[in-house]
Design a protein around this ligand. Structure first.
Ligand SMILES: *Cc1c(COP(=O)(O)O)cnc(C)c1O
Length: 392
């Protein structure tokens, strides 16, 4: 074998069957081969196990699919290159012209865009409601044949809590599918509820370190296999290296989420007592409108704390004064983040819908990281003080 041939057919290293790596390797290969055409044909006919092409399936992705599905208490999972790809491909795979979808003003903005603008273009109709209007959800479901109800809980950024038991019961009785974007609540929440499909942005808590993007759709074998081919053809596949990093991130998912939630609760408690703060939106506080619901529905209250400054305090000055919270979108990183209302302004909503979202120019969203709790609280306190001394 001459060198140019050799580099394309390198020596094989065989790992004995009884000598496995403790951490699964990254299958950074697009193609998989079989020893004969007959075996490849058998594989194509689904008569043997194996892999052929990584856009269809890949062992590194399969391990992550199995892990996430099990945590969310469903049997099957599809991975995508980002969270929005998971939502958008699910919507495309589930809806056809003439279908009706229920969505909410308090949703991740690209999801609203997808339903209103893109699906609208293909003749899918929608109704937009407030997630707290459970009566409105029930009456819409009974008056309009509905294919799908897409929702979030806790909502972004005001952490409103959906009444999931009532919503899913109404959807079930009217033959509508439910799709919950469970990114904020995480894989350990909502699994016991009667939800058809979960989507997650793996960019957040799953990867956990703010360095890789991904998405997942999780549900029954029947639903996921009905969507799998559409997903494969639309091609927003997760890269094996990204899947490996997310699998790695998942090892610390529970301790990160638990610690960040504990710190979030302490931060919310401090903010609720502070003179510069008008209102704290944290479902762990008994003053939160969804507190009773969240106690029934979730195991914890999450790692996001949203609050409104009092009139006259300067939110930009607050953000600029923080030393440990980076001004940034996104959430679920090990570093704490802050996002002011002026950077979360929903530009696509009517006045009524804007009121439902509750975002004002005095709203601030914190994503709590893994820094020391006392350091974070001290940093917030000094920034609150500076925010209040505008023009002083
Ligand atoms: C971030 C986020 C998404 C989108 O995820 P990407 O990975 O950024 O595409 C969807 N839904 C929610 C609730 C999110 O927070």
């Amino acid at each position: 074998m001459k060198p140019p041939t050799r580099v394309n057919h390198p020596p094989e290293v065989l790992v004995p069957e009884d000598n496995r790596p403790l951490v699964a390797p990254i299958y950074q290969s697009v193609k998989f081969t079989m020893d004969s055409v007959a075996e490849a044909e058998k594989h194509n006919r689904g008569e043997r196990q194996g892999f052929a092409y990584s856009r269809v399936s890949n062992p590194t992705l399969q391990q992550l699919e199995l892990t996430l599905a099990e945590l969310q208490q469903r049997p099957a999972c599809l991975l995508t290159a980002s969270g929005v790809a998971a939502i958008n491909l699910a919507l495309l795979a589930l809806c056809k012209q003439g279908d009706h979808v229920i969505v909410f003003a308090e949703m991740y903005q690209p999801t609203r865009y997808m339903v209103r603008r893109l699906l609208g273009r293909y003749g899918v109709k929608h109704t937009m409601l407030s997630i707290e209007d459970t009566d409105g959800i029930e009456s819409t479901l009974s008056s309009t044949p509905t294919r799908l109800l897409v929702f979030e809980s806790p909502s972004n950024p005001l952490l409103k809590i959906a009444d999931i038991v009532r919503i899913t019961a109404a959807a079930r009785s009217h033959g509508a599918l439910t799709l919950l974007d469970n990114t904020f609540a995480g894989f350990h929440n909502h699994g016991t509820l009667d939800i058809d499909l979960f989507v997650h942005s793996l960019t957040k808590y799953a990867s956990g370190h703010g360095d890789v993007m991904g998405g997942a759709v999780i549900g029954s074998h029947e639903l996921i296999s009905s969507m799998r081919r559409d997903f494969v053809i639309m091609g927003a596949t997760l890269d094996p290296h990204a899947a490996f990093l997310i699998q790695r991130g998942m090892k610390t998912y529970f301790i990160r989420y638990e610690k960040q939630s504990q710190t979030a609760m302490a931060v919310a408690g401090m903010l609720a007592q502070h003179a510069a703060v008008e209102r704290v939106h944290y479902p762990g506080l008994s003053s939160h409108r969804g507190h009773d619901l969240v106690l029934r529905q979730m195991q914890d209250f999450g790692t996001i704390v949203t609050f409104d400054l009092v009139k006259g305090a300067d939110p930009a000055r607050f953000c600029d004064s923080l030393k440990l919270f980076a001004i940034s979108a996104s959430l679920g990183s090990t570093e704490s983040l802050v996002q002011p209302g002026q950077l979360m302004r929903p530009g696509d909503l009517s006045e009524q819908e804007r009121q439902w979202t509750g975002v004002t120019d005095r709203t601030l969203r914190l994503s709590i990281g893994l820094e020391d709790q006392e350091d974070l609280i001290a940093d917030l306190q000094q920034a609150l003080q500076r925010a209040q001394t505008v023009g002083a």
